[in-house]
Design a protein around this ligand. Structure first.
Ligand SMILES: Nc1nc2c(ncn2[C@@H]2O[C@H](COP(=O)(O)OP(=O)(O)OP(=O)(O)O)[C@@H](O)[C@H]2O)c(=O)[nH]1
Ligand SMILES: [Zn+2]
Length: 193
């Protein structure tokens, strides 16, 4: 897998004026990184590795906690004045948008998120993080403090060669709609409460 940093620009947001870096991978996928401040010094950088969730990030879905997690990451980084968000295009834990909608339809019939993936013939989580390691490297990021509740993500990023020096809890408010989704993450996917 090779990925190239193609271009960068300023991205003003309600939280801070970030820098937006556009990457193109050799499989045609386009990924982005948002940075604030100088992330290339050796002091550990507050970081979020966020997997695309169109429904949660853009359509305000209450089925998951992705949108509020993205917003909270931007706020926390703005408050520190330094940090990075990798926005990776691995929708639906890697199964893609249409398959995620299929999985939601199975969940409507009573399955949990893991069972729904399995009935469609997918492993529960197909995400890969080599691309993240390469993006951090190209932006000069040496050590990160990772915003996540997912210890498997820490392991996978470490295996991909990223120096995760700290896990920073990244819990957001829950609702009645995403309670089962969060419970399944804790029970079956090893997420911390
Ligand atoms: N297959 C599938 N993917 C889902 C479902 N709900 C959310 N997702 C995807 O899950 C991804 C986010 O992963 P999560 O498991 O919520 O969280 P995480 O990134 O592992 O851990 P955190 O860092 O704590 O957020 C996004 O790509 C979502 O599109 C679902 O029901 N089925
Ligand atoms: Zn989501």
């Amino acid at each position: 897998m090779t990925i190239k940093l193609v271009t960068a620009t300023v991205l003003p947001t309600p939280f801070a004026e970030f820098r937006l870096h556009g990457f193109l991978a050799d499989n045609g996928k386009e990924h982005v990184a948002l940075t604030l401040g100088d992330v290339s010094t050796d002091s550990p950088v507050l970081a979020r590795v966020h997997s695309e969730c169109l429904t949660g990030d853009a359509l305000f879905s209450l089925r998951c906690d992705c949108g509020p997690q993205l917003e909270a990451a931007m706020q926390k980084i703005a408050a520190e004045g330094r940090g990075i968000i990798l926005y990776l295009r691995q929708e639906g834990r890697g199964i893609g948008l249409i398959n995620k909608i299929r999985a939601y339809a199975e969940q409507d019939k009573g399955l949990d998120t893991v069972e729904a993936n399995e009935i469609l013939g997918f492993l529960p989580d197909l995400r890969e993080y080599d691309v993240a390691a390469e993006m951090f490297k190209q932006l000069g990021v040496q050590q990160i403090r990772l915003l996540t509740n997912n210890p498997r993500k820490v392991t996978k990023l470490t295996d991909a060669g990223i120096n995760v020096v700290e896990r920073v809890q990244h819990r957001v408010k829950t609702s009645s709609y995403n309670q089962r989704y969060l419970a399944t993450k804790a029970d079956k996917l090893g997420h911390l409460p």
